[in-house]
Structure formats: C-alpha cells, structure tokens
Design a protein around this ligand. Structure first.
Ligand code: F3S
Length: 401
C-alpha cells in the first residue's frame, strides 16, 4: 500500500506502540483486500462485546498507549448500575464489565453503550467515509444515510478509530455499491415485524450480494429499516441494500444498479415470510418472559409498548433494552413509570448476549427479533417469535396463542 508520511509515522511507532499495532493490522487488512491506499474516516462505531477476545485486544491497545483520533461510539455490554445490584451478574462478570468500561474509556471512546447510534448520536452524511461495526449499524449507515463503511469487525473499527484511517476497498468505492440482485417484495409489510422476517430469509436466496428492493413503501419506518439491516447482516453478511425511491443511492432501479443489468431478479412472497417464521420460532404455548430491544428499542417502540400496557399487569417478566438517550426520554415522558407499573423493566447499556441473563436459561420467552433468538440460543434461552404487539399480548396472558 502507498502510505502518506503521517501513516508511515504511525506504522513505525512514532505515535506509540498501540497506534503502530493498529496501523499494522489495518495494513494487513488493506493488503488482503488489495487496497492501494488509506482513506480518512470521520466517524466510527465499535461493536464491543464485553467478551474475552474483545477485552484482551482493547486492553492491549490501551496499555500500549493507543488513543482514538476519531472517538467511536460503542456497543452495549450490561448495565453496571442494575445487574450487579440485583444479583444477576456475579462479581467476576461485573469485574469484566468494569474492565471493558475502563479499557474503552482509556482508549478515548464515547461510552454510549448502544447498538443503534446511527439513529441519534452518530449519524453520518451522504458519502461520508466511516468505519462502523455492528450488524444493524453497518447496513443502516450505508443504505439509509448513504455513508461508506465496510462490514467492519469490532477490532478493525477500533484500529480505524485509533489511526483515523481505513483501507480504501469494498464499499468505500462507488462501483462496489451497486445492486446486483433485484428483490420484488410481494408480501404484507404493514407491521415492522415483517422486515425482521424479510431480512432473515433473504441471504439464503442472494448470498452476500447487494439487493435492490422493489415494492417497499416510501413511508417505511426507521424501525423497519433498522430491523431489515440487523437481520440481513446477521442471517447473512449483507452490509448494504437499496430501496428504490427510498434510499439515497437508489432514486431509480437503473441508478441502484449503476446502469448495469442485474444478475438476477427474485420475488419474496408472503409464504416465504410465513415459512421463515415457522422455522425460526419455538412452538406457541406458555412463556416465562419477553425480551425487546435487539437492536435497542427506539422511543417510538417504547411508546407503543407503554400504551399497550397502561392499566394492566404483566404475567411474565418483560425486559426492554434501549440506549441511555432513549431511557432518559422514556423517564421524562412517564413511559418508564407506565412500563414498571405493569411489572416490566426498561434498561440502558445492555445487550441480550451477555451473562446477566443466566436466570432465563432453560426458559422460553417471546421476542420480535430473530437476531435475539439466534444469539441467545448459546445461552440456552428459547424464543417464540412474534410481532411487538403479539409479544405484549403474550406477556399479558403468560402465553403465546
Ligand atoms: Fe444490540 Fe446486542 Fe442485539 S448489541 S443488536 S442487543 S445482540
């Protein structure tokens, strides 16, 4: 790769050992993808996991003196103000979360602890070059905001944040952002839940190609787009999509395909979504809990749950995971009070894939997120999948009909 004087200085260790390590890793990635040079980034998001490998790397960089030139927002672990005090995190688990907190603070990250920063505090503009990890974040910034990010790992995004650069390849280059498969959607998309199923089913049919959707309405909600990207990039590795007439690089199908003929056109019908739901979901019946917020719930989703709970009492646990920003709004608006009065909980800074959910192991819950069901499987949590409204009804009855 051709390096600028500043990049060479970093690689040679003049900004310290940690920055040199970050640069060495980025050069390795760049050479693997045949990038000729680096591009400067103006934003980053690091999908920290609060797990051993992630912590080892973050602490190593921090101990070697690395500091972020571009402060990244970061993913959630678990809330240190809630779970240890309620006996849901052991002293060892709490110590690990505290080390994660400290390592990223030392590195100079913005300790946002949310997986949806692209909705409120880390929003790039059209064409901005960024380094975003996190399965729902990368498709959102590429597709909805029209920024340019490769499908980063937490570690490569952190290296980009430390050095302020990322290898120029893949989705940073306009030619690689074209749609090569057209997806005609002929299904009921009235509820945002349909986009969860659409996102989960599609990679099986298109592999990792970039789709251009036809048939998605122009008033599609931010939550539906969040759901769509989260599932596309978890069920498969699809870090970008176009929606004709909706997303900024797709005013027309011709523009989305950059004037070239698509390789293929496929159609997704209602039957495909129904079959996917059947395959993903545990059988209806009694449930022990409901889990919402994978990705983190927006204020609109919190409002919807609170409205449906008013004056009623839940028969099961209900957890709503969200950002500190949204929790603060929910508190001010009386939504937290309404949810708690019904017996539910809303917490910030927390991910479904964390050790603080041990008490739910072996139990069956309901969720509106295939990603939640997928990640929690290894922690022995089982899920019936239903829409947001369906999950609320299930929590009020204690069962999914
Ligand atoms: Fe967010 Fe964790 Fe789900 S980071 S998207 S709650 S797996």
């Amino acid at each position: 790769m051709e390096l600028t004087a500043d990049e060479r200085r970093m690689l040679e260790g003049q900004d310290g050992e940690g920055t040199a390590l970050a640069m060495k890793i980025l050069v390795g990635i760049g050479e693997a993808f045949r990038a000729r040079r680096f591009a400067g980034i103006s934003r980053a998001h690091v999908a920290l996991s609060n797990q051993e490998g992630d912590l080892w790397f973050a602490e190593k960089l921090a101990a070697q003196g690395a500091r972020c030139r571009v402060p990244p927002t970061v993913n959630p672990g678990f809330c240190l103000a809630v779970f240890p005090a309620e006996g849901m995190a052991t002293p060892e688990e709490t110590a690990m979360m505290q080390r994660t907190f400290q390592a990223y603070r030392t590195l100079g990250a913005r300790l946002s602890f949310s997986c949806t920063p692209y909705l409120f505090d880390n929003i790039p503009r059209l064409g901005e070059i960024v380094a975003f990890s996190e399965s729902s974040a990368t498709p959102y910034v590429n597709s909805v905001w029209g920024a340019r990010s490769n499908r980063e790992a937490a570690q490569s995004a952190l290296c980009a944040a430390v050095t302020g650069v990322t290898p120029e390849y893949g989705l940073l280059q306009a030619a690689n952002r074209k749609a090569t498969v057209v997806v005609e959607v002929d299904a009921d998309l009235a509820d945002d839940f349909a986009y969860q199923l659409l996102g989960w089913v599609l990679p099986k049919k298109i592999a990792h190609r970039i789709p251009a959707f036809v048939g998605i309405p122009g008033d599609v909600s931010p939550e539906a787009l969040m759901n769509l990207g989260a599932q596309l990039n978890t069920s498969g590795a699809v870090p970008m999509y176009h929606i004709i007439g909706v997303t900024p690089e797709a005013p027309t199908l011709e523009a989305a395909c950059q004037g070239q003929a698509p390789e293929t056109t496929i159609r997704i019908r209602q039957g495909d979504l129904d079959a996917q739901l059947e395959e993903l979901s545990a059988s209806p019946g009694p449930i022990d809990f409901v889990m919402f917020g994978c990705p983190h719930f927006t204020i609109r989703q919190v409002e919807r749950v609170a409205q449906r709970l008013r004056g009623q009492r839940l028969k099961t646990e209900m957890w709503i995971l969200t950002s500190a920003y949204t929790l603060n709004l929910a508190r001010r608006m009386g939504l937290q009070e309404a949810i708690e009065a019904a017996g539910g909980r809303i917490v910030a800074d927390t991910c479904v894939d964390q050790p603080c959910w041990k008490h739910l192991a072996g139990k069956t819950g309901a969720t509106d997120s295939p990603k939640c069901a997928y990640y929690c499987h290894r922690r022995d949590l089982r899920f019936v999948l239903r829409s947001l409204d369906g999950c609320v009804r299930a929590a009020l009855k204690g069962r999914v009909e």
